[in-house]
Design a protein around this ligand. Structure first.
Ligand code: HEC
Ligand code: HEC
Length: 198
């Protein structure tokens, strides 16, 4: 066999190997290219925190704060009034100070944090679906005009938010720590703040 014969015998085999290799690579890549990773689950850890009673109980749409782990309506028919700070004659600050009552005051003493008041009604998390909570949270039109950086900062630094993890009186706390929550919010934002299906 001369050199020309050798070439012609081997070239098709080489092409076949090349074609198989490229074909396999294309097949292996195809699913990743067609279906990006499903990131809608990234909101669930955040939902589990914001719909925990320590967070939920101020995030109402009807002006009535909630209490306890069953989120019953606040005792004495307390109302947020026009600015969420209570009705004339009975502001939140009558009972809620800028810090929790001392442990010696007992488990049912009013908790406290700076600027204690109800969240604006568009920030409602009571009785809303995960999708609705997610859409509201990421929209500056319903989250107090916050961009993503400000939203993350709010979760990580805000004093009312921080109270949820130091509620005093033996009250339960959200399923993630504040640091874990901030990390979950950051991961969600990094993925484009995807929301679960309705
Ligand atoms: C004592 C009432 C109160 C509690 C308890 C509370 N919040 Fe809020 N929250 C507010 C108020 C008032 C605002 C609006 C203030 C602002 O926008 O600066 C707010 C706003 C927010 C916002 C920004 C706007 C938005 O999109 O809703 C986030 C995020 C938030 N709260 C998270 C939490 C988390 C997480 C917890 C529990 C760990 C919590 N809050 C518990 C009163 C409360
Ligand atoms: C007359 C006193 C009084 C007034 C006024 C009052 N509260 Fe309370 N609040 C309490 C007491 C006491 C508790 C603690 C109840 C317990 O844990 O047994 C409490 C608890 C709460 C809690 C904690 C619920 C939980 O379990 O997570 C929230 C939230 C709350 N109040 C919001 C408000 C807001 C907002 C206002 C004003 C619009 C307000 N309160 C006005 C006495 C008051």
């Amino acid at each position: 066999m001369n050199a020309v014969h050798l070439m012609s015998a081997r070239l098709p085999a080489a092409l076949l190997v090349l074609a198989l290799f490229c074909g396999n690579a294309a097949v292996a890549d195809a699913p990743a290219a067609q279906a990006p990773p499903d990131t809608r689950g990234l909101f669930e850890p955040i939902r589990s925190v914001i719909q925990h009673p320590r967070c939920l109980n101020c995030h109402v749409a009807d002006g009535r704060p909630r209490q306890y782990d069953d989120s019953r309506v606040h005792s004495q028919n307390v109302q947020g009034g026009p600015d969420g700070r209570g009705m004339p004659g009975l502001p939140c600050s009558t009972c809620h100070q800028s810090a929790n009552a001392p442990a010696t005051a007992g488990p049912n003493a009013p908790p406290g944090a700076p600027n204690w008041h109800l969240a604006p009604k568009e920030m409602v998390w009571v009785d809303v679906s995960a999708r609705d909570a997610c859409l509201r949270l990421r929209d500056p039109g319903s989250n107090g005009g916050k961009d993503f950086a400000q939203l993350l900062h709010h979760f990580a630094e805000d004093k009312l938010v921080a109270w949820g993890w130091q509620p005093g009186g033996g009250r339960s706390t959200p399923p993630l720590t504040q640091a874990q929550t901030a990390a979950a919010v950051e991961a969600w934002i990094d993925a484009g703040a995807p929301c679960p299906a309705g």
